[in-house]
Ligand binder design. Structure first.
Ligand SMILES: [Zn+2]
Length: 267
């Protein structure tokens, strides 16, 4: 199975998975780049996966339907352009002969789901389509969910096999990594990754897919129990809230995530 990122809008990726004949796409916010990619490769569109309801993820659905020879699968608890087969945690979706497990990942939106393919046929590392929940070096904004929900969702994804290819829906990596470096300036894996990503972007290549193992090393939102991360959010507190009156972040990963997310919103 071949995995490719189709660029859309200014920084979206519509993921394309195909076997040379049949294809699926994930979160087609725009139909035009998808149709171009299918035509250039001589592919039949056999299915569509949708992670959440935002327009830049579903906006191309209706224009793709006349070209679609298969189902659209999307979150059961969000309003998606119909027809769309509803999916929720524990469901297994079969497309192109591949079995995708559905994972609930609320936080960015309340019904956000992710699709996980553990064993792509013909080999290759597992694949995760995580929409706007996990980004490389960051996470989605909390539009509809709570920090506790996002923390639980990210931990669910962080528990997937380390070699899982992480297919995020936006090229936000370098901007996320600038924030990550403000949190953990001494993290060597992070510095190495920044250098690699800068090289990719200089050549106009995606920084994605990332991997779960890498995200565990560099993504502060997956590292809420790391002493350096706890120290950074504590140091960021206003002077009146410095220790010993500061909130105790150690042992409260949700509070750390909430503080990180709030800081990142203004970074
Ligand atoms: Zn979104």
């Amino acid at each position: 199975m071949k995995l490719e990122a189709i660029a859309a809008f200014s920084d979206n990726y519509i993921w394309l998975l195909h076997d040379g004949h049949d294809a699926l796409v994930v979160d087609p916010g725009d139909a035009a780049p998808v149709l171009l990619a299918l035509k250039a490769r001589g592919l039949r569109l056999a299915g569509i996966l949708v992670t959440h309801h935002h327009a830049d993820h579903v906006g191309g659905l209706d224009a793709l339907r006349p070209h679609l020879d298969g189902p659209v699968y999307g979150p059961a608890f969000e309003t998606i352009p119909q027809p769309c087969l509803p999916c929720e945690a524990g469901d297994v979706v079969e497309l192109l002969g591949q079995r995708f497990s559905v994972i609930d990942v609320p936080g960015h939106t309340s019904g956000h789901i992710a699709f996980f393919l553990e064993q792509p046929s013909g080999g290759g590392a597992p694949i995760l389509f995580c929409g706007d929940t996990l980004f490389s070096g960051g996470c989605g904004r909390l539009f509809e969910g709570t920090p506790a929900q996002m923390h639980a969702s990210l931990q669910r994804l962080a528990a997937l096999p380390g070699n899982t290819r992480v297919c995020c829906a936006h090229e936000y990596t370098l901007s996320n990594l600038r924030f990550a470096q403000a949190i953990e300036p001494a993290n060597q894996a992070l510095s190495d990754y920044v250098a690699w990503c800068e090289g990719q972007r200089r050549q106009l290549l995606p920084t994605l897919p990332s991997s779960i193992a890498l995200e565990r090393q560099v993504n502060p939102f997956l590292r809420c129990t790391e002493p350096a991360v706890i120290e950074a959010v504590t140091a960021k507190l206003p002077a009146g809230l410095q220790p010993p009156t500061a909130p105790d972040y150690s042992g409260d990963a949700v509070a750390v995530l909430a503080a990180l997310r709030q800081w990142k919103n203004q970074f």
